[in-house]
Ligand binder design. Structure first.
Ligand SMILES: Nc1nc2c(ncn2[C@@H]2O[C@H](COP(=O)(O)OP(=O)(O)OP(=O)(O)O)[C@@H](O)[C@H]2O)c(=O)[nH]1
Ligand SMILES: [Zn+2]
Ligand SMILES: [Zn+2]
Length: 449
């Protein structure tokens, strides 16, 4: 479907003898002449009416118009009629000349010719065109305007690619490939070599495409420990390509010396989703990597792994957070070296919640429930997780619960889970609560039926 929508109206039906035949003939003719052209996707309905012998068809037409208008959030916007000229020009470049991408100077010139001379108006035009899906344009990176979304997809596919060496640019050695899939680090040369997989990108467009990929959370320049405090890495990292660096949480705990005396290891806080694709998780992971300093000493490997990362929560570097992916779940654990008690856990939950909301704004609503697990249990195993909603059923009168995630089955006290995590869930996540309340209300109404 293309916008703007076009509704066709044929009049004088009262003067047709065999109306049904005439209508099907007309529809056939239309398909024959215009049907193959992409412009046909502007068409919504064809209405056949009589203005002299009105028989309810005009009401039908009115309904169609209202329905389409309702579905278009841009119906309210009044658009200058002279924009049509530039729109037609872009359409010609896209569909007839098959151009993929236009530079900012090109679009400025074109706008000038088509009577959009003010830069502010041109930006308005481009943002509108982006919102209705005709082009891809970002206000904050305006070097180019992308006319064919598929071109961008091809560029993405160069970097996010599979392991098959036959499909790979032979310039990339197996050691380079191994390094990429172990660390996720993109060197400048490997970026160039990867982009050659599809012959679509001109060299001068490279930084632009990388910025777009950064916007889509596919690649990220992490903040890490540098010589003079924390600094932004020179290199891009591509977390979704890390395939050969899976490491167990136990090994990470050893590496970060978490198992020493005096270090607080929080219970696992777990969001269980109905469905959580790995790509969704990577959005969350990249969002953490952008915002916090990634652990790892200067010039050493960054603590980014397949489906995991470890970050510093504070500038004094006495608190770390590990974020882990497992089937349809995100699990968090805090490692704390200091003895200060503050709003640490509530803040962690607030951050997580806002990151989920960010994700939902980009990709649509998700559905999840909250759970927790003892601090040295297996976060990825569903058994022995304590569900937030049904926690009252999970523990005994003495506030202990049974957990078999250990060599010797154990009873744990529920207090850590309650005090560190569950206590804050309702303040942090009001919509989670609204959802559960709604569910209960629907139980009640269902029962009443
Ligand atoms: N029988 C019949 N006559 C119609 C119908 N619709 C319009 N007419 C007549 O056709 C003639 C032209 O109608 P208009 O509405 O002026 O047509 P138009 O295409 O808008 O013409 P312009 O105003 O010149 O652009 C008038 O005499 C109308 O009464 C119809 O459905 N059936
Ligand atoms: Zn346990
Ligand atoms: Zn929420």
């Amino acid at each position: 479907m293309l916008n703007p929508p076009v509704i066709m109206v044929c009049t004088h039906t009262d003067q047709c003898e065999k109306l049904d035949e005439r209508i099907s003939e007309y529809a056939k003719q239309f398909d024959c002449i215009i049907g193959q052209n992409t412009k046909a996707n502007h068409k919504r309905n064809i209405h056949y009416i009589s203005n002299t012998h009105e028989n309810g068809e005009i009401d039908e037409l009115k309904k169609t118009i209202s329905k389409i208008a309702e579905d278009m959030s841009y119906f309210q916007v009044e658009l200058p009629t002279h924009w049509i000229q530039l729109e037609n020009a872009l359409d010609f470049l896209t569909n007839d000349l098959k151009k993929n991408i236009l530079s900012w100077t090109n679009i400025l010139e074109l706008g000038n010719k088509m009577l959009i001379k003010r830069e502010g108006e041109l930006l308005e035009f481009l943002n509108y065109q982006h919102n209705i899906g005709n082009i891809i344009f970002f206000n904050d990176i305006r070097e180019y305007i992308i006319l064919q979304p598929n071109w961008l997809v091809k560029c993405f596919r160069c970097l996010v690619c599979d392991d098959d060496p036959k499909k790979r640019n032979p310039k990339i050695s197996s050691t380079e490939w191994k390094a990429l899939t172990e660390t996720g680090r993109l060197s400048d040369t490997i970026i160039d070599d990867l982009f050659q997989n599809e012959n679509v990108l001109e060299k001068k467009q490279k930084t632009y495409v990388l910025s777009v990929m950064e916007k889509f959370d596919i690649i990220v320049k992490p903040q890490c420990v540098g010589t003079k405090g924390d600094e932004i890495s020179k290199f891009y990292y591509i977390p979704c390509m890390i395939r050969n660096r899976s490491i167990s949480v136990d090994d990470l705990k050893k590496e970060f010396e978490v198992d020493k005396e005096g270090i607080t290891i929080s219970p696992w806080f777990i969001l269980e989703f109905t469905f959580l694709p790995f790509a969704y998780f990577n959005h969350i992971l990249v969002s953490y990597i952008k915002e916090y300093t990634v652990c790892g000493k200067e010039n050493e490997e960054k603590a980014i792994y397949e489906g995991k990362a470890v970050i510093f929560l504070d500038e004094r570097k006495s608190r770390k957070l590990i974020i882990c992916y497992s089937k349809n779940a995100i699990s968090l654990q805090v490692w704390k070296w200091d003895q200060v008690s503050d709003d640490l856990y509530q803040n962690v939950l607030e951050k997580l919640h806002s990151k989920i909301e960010e994700l939902e704004n980009k990709l649509g609503p998700t559905s999840y429930t909250v759970a927790a697990k003892c601090n040295d249990g297996n976060y990825f195993k569903k058994e022995y997780r304590i569900s937030f909603e049904e926690r009252n059923k999970s523990y005994f009168e003495d506030r202990t619960y049974f957990c078999e995630d250990h060599v010797n089955a154990k009873f744990h006290n529920i207090n850590d889970i309650e005090n560190m995590w569950f206590r804050h869930v309702d303040t942090v996540c009001t919509h989670y609560w609204l959802k559960t309340i709604k569910k209960h209300i629907s139980y009640i109404t269902d029962a009443g039926d």
